[in-house]
Design a protein around this ligand. Structure first.
Ligand code: GLC
Length: 760
């Protein structure tokens, strides 16, 4: 890694957690000054030439791009897989326009990867105020970075492949957190389940229909007048009782927590914050106030450790009734109107509209009005409102909000994690956040905010989530079924089939839209939706092992094709299919009425998991009836599956390794308690099971083994697919009894037998 500093940074980094001593260079790096800048080399190869200049608000950095290089990452952007030839703003906003013209969005992750066959590097621009990155509009062959400050800090990463870059980047900014197992299951949400009775009815419906589900989500209406850390007495009179009931059904509860605290004397969160001086102030020293759901609010100052402690305490007390996860929303922070300095007519109109008519026709004008207000400052992007507030750091120094705007939610997430540590030490935490800055992967999962029930939004979710993975954030999802507008039966089926492979899998929809729980359309649709959710639960052993891999090395859970096939040109631009882990290719259907689709199979042979047919690489048309999402297993790849249970935390019993052996394929079996942080101390089970072809023999070997935990499965089934050559299956020189199931050859053995073979 190479660190480049321009000028003198005024503030500490919020993204960086550990800067290795290597940061000033290392042997592989060479920086050569030329007439008006520098050339950067890694391992003898030139990466780019860089120039440093100024623009009206600070430092400008440009560097060259080669004609055939692609650009990825940059966090959450409504843009295609290859980010080249675009302009992006970095300023967290509550973005209601999910279109290319709606840049910026909720999150700011100014980290990008430049790649082509044989070359890959990454650049992280660590500045949490306003930033602009142009990937080829102003100059076809250059990246232009404009920092809204008189200084800049850049990190450049290179390596042999994409994964080495993500490894180095997540070493610098933090490894992805390891979620509890239940969080990897299916989640059901709605804005809002209106009462505790309704919540229980929804949960019971899942169990009655045997549709797996791990958590029910409570949106803002559980609160008393949108006051954070409270419950509505009428609608949720007994939250503890409700949660106990849900827990007895093996369901978890996640509650939304916005960031604005209602300004109201006598309300405990407000009074306590005033007492502790925990809120943001205006430059004149008054409390900074902005309108959100409850009306005028004040906002915690998370820059100060006292502000973070204040938040963590409130949260820990609130979670005492048994809340399992926290959903941080509106934390850009989103502000609908401000008393000052936007006391314009537009602000007044929007204020009245939201107070009187949150759901009705006025809502439309309200959003329009917000966009008008939003175009007044900061940059050109829609909704980029400056927030005239001041933070205090721990030494009492003042920091203008605009200098750290994009890091505000990151600091809030740190405080939220502290809340979990107080409420439940030693246990894994679960936070979902809408807004974020670089480094968020160490604290929270993310979702892409308020999309619509729209086929286009469904399709764009793939490059959005893939690029979040390439920005160091593996645990990401989009609202399945779409948040705004009305879903239709076919869309709900197809979106659930896609969502089953999102790292974060949650169905969520807005007030005033059609309900979209799995059963709302009746048969045959509800069976198709349920089957798609079950497919997720079948794949849990494989997907969960991808989460531990992400946690250890920053490797994404879902990956663009070029991540695994960097020599394959076509793989750099395909964005309507993707890989889950290294072995499973998913080609979801993204258009209404389609019952087949074109699929690109990169570089090796693939096994169609529905037909059992072996396919050569290249483009082909694949059948995709309504109850099917096309799935392919890579030659010399493996996936581990189980029978679906009602929740992710139930023991797997038997796991099946599906392998397609050309020469040799390996599968990782991983398990831990799914709840505590003990896996960090070695309390986990892990085995690498390989199957090698030797003539007509399939030879099984356990190549690595860690037995720190007794896994939740006792039987392992090895299913050899697409392998007509198999005559015998051997373990330790001994021939195993096998049976044929369709075209597959299957061997079954106890886990003890398998692991003993390695130990011996
Ligand atoms: C925001 C969130 C959405 C939530 C709504 C009400 O629009 O993005 O997910 O349902 O607020 O809290």
């Amino acid at each position: 890694m190479l660190k480049i500093v321009v000028g003198s940074p005024r503030l500490r980094s919020f993204a960086v957690v550990s800067e290795p001593p290597c940061c000033t260079g290392g042997d592989a790096w060479r920086v050569v000054e030329d007439r008006d800048g520098v050339e950067v080399y890694w391992s003898g190869r030139k990466l780019f030439s860089m120039r440093i200049a100024t623009w009206e608000r600070g430092v400008e950095i440009t560097h060259t791009l080669e004609r055939d290089e692609h650009v990825y990452g940059l966090g959450e952007k409504y843009a295609h897989q290859d980010r080249r030839f675009k302009r992006f703003h970095f300023w967290n906003v509550d973005q209601t326009v999910h279109l290319p013209s709606g840049d910026p969005m909720y999150k700011s992750i100014p980290f990008y990867i430049v790649a082509k066959p044989g070359k890959v590097y990454g650049v992280f621009v660590d500045y949490p105020g306003y930033l602009y990155i142009d990937t080829g509009v102003e100059h076809l062959d250059r990246i232009v970075i404009r920092v809204g400050a008189g200084y800049a800090v850049l990190y450049v990463f290179s390596g042999e492949n994409l994964y080495e870059i993500l490894d180095a980047y997540t070493r610098l900014t933090g490894r992805p957190f390891m979620p509890p197992k239940w969080a990897v299951g299916y989640h059901q949400s709605r804005y809002s389940y209106a009462s505790q009775d309704e919540v229980l009815r929804v949960a019971e419906e899942f169990r009655r229909r045997r549709i797996p589900c791990d958590a029910i989500w409570l949106d803002i209406d559980y609160m008393d007048g949108y006051r954070l850390f409270t419950w509505s007495r009428d609608r949720f009179p007994d939250p503890r009782g409700m949660i106990e009931k849900l827990h007895s059904m093996n369901m978890r509860v996640v509650t939304i927590v916005d960031v604005g605290i209602k300004e109201e004397k006598g309300y405990h969160a407000y009074d306590r914050g005033v007492e502790l001086n925990a809120f943001l102030r205006t430059p004149d020293g008054e409390l900074f106030r902005g309108g959100v759901w409850p009306g005028l609010c004040v906002f915690p100052d998370f820059l100060r450790s006292s502000g973070r402690r204040y938040w963590a305490q409130r949260l820990a007390e609130f979670m005492g009734v048994g809340v399992d996860g926290i959903w941080l929303d509106m934390n850009e922070p989103a502000i609908f109107y401000m008393e000052k300095p936007f006391r314009s007519m537009v602000a007044e109109v929007s204020k009245r509209l939201i107070e009187n008519d949150v759901e009705g026709a006025g809502n439309h004008y309200f959003w329009r009005a917000r966009h008008l207000i939003g175009t007044t400052s900061v940059g050109k992007g829609i909704g980029m409102v400056d927030i005239p507030a001041v933070h205090l750091d721990d030494d009492g120094g003042e920091v203008r909000h605009s200098e750290i705007h994009n890091a505000y939610p990151l600091l809030e997430n740190e405080a939220t994690k502290m809340g979990f540590e107080i409420a439940r030490p030693g246990r894994r935490w679960f936070i979902l956040t809408r807004s974020a800055y670089a480094g968020i992967q160490r604290l929270a999962a993310v979702w892409t905010g308020d999309n619509q029930s729209d086929w286009g939004h469904m399709a764009i979710s793939i490059p959005m989530l893939l690029n979040l993975g390439l920005s160091g954030v593996p645990f990401a999802g989009a609202d399945v079924g779409g948040f705004g507008d009305d879903v239709d039966p076919e869309m709900l089926v197809r979106w659930t089939q896609l969502g089953a492979f999102y790292p974060f899998f949650r169905n969520h929809s807005s007030k005033g839209t059609r309900r979209q729980e799995p059963w709302v359309f009746g048969e045959p649709w509800s069976s198709y939706v349920a089957e798609a959710i079950r497919l997720r639960y079948r794949l849990l052993p494989y997907i969960y092992s991808m989460f531990i891999e992400a946690h250890r090395s920053g490797k994404p859970v879902i990956r663009p094709l070029f991540a695994e096939f960097p020599q394959d040109e076509q793989s750099y631009v395909v964005e309507d299919e993707f890989l889950v882990g290294p072995s499973l290719l998913v080609a979801p259907v993204l258009t209404p009425g389609a019952r087949a689709r074109a699929v690109y199979l990169p570089q090796v042979r693939w096994l169609d998991l529905w037909s059992g047919e072996v396919l050569e690489p290249g483009w082909r048309l694949v059948e995709a009836p309504i109850d099917r999402v096309p799935l392919f297993l890579r030659e010399d790849g493996a996936v581990v599956t189980t029978e679906p249970r009602s929740s992710a935390t139930e023991p797997w019993g038997t796991v099946t390794i599906d392998v397609f052996v050309g020469r040799k394929a390996c599968a990782v079996l991983y398990d831990d308690d799914g709840e505590t942080a003990d896996f960090e101390k070695g309390r986990f089970f892990e085995a690498k099971v390989c199957i090698e072809r030797r003539g007509g023999d399939a030879v099984i070997r356990v190549e690595e083994l860690h037995m720190g935990y007794e896994p939740g499965f006792s039987k392992v089934r090895i299913r050899l697919l697409g392998s007509p050559w198999v005559e015998r299956v051997l373990l330790e020189g001994e021939e195993l009894r096998v049976y044929r199931s369709g075209k597959a050859v299957v061997a079954e053995l106890g886990i003890g037998r398998l692991t003993a073979s390695q130990q011996g």
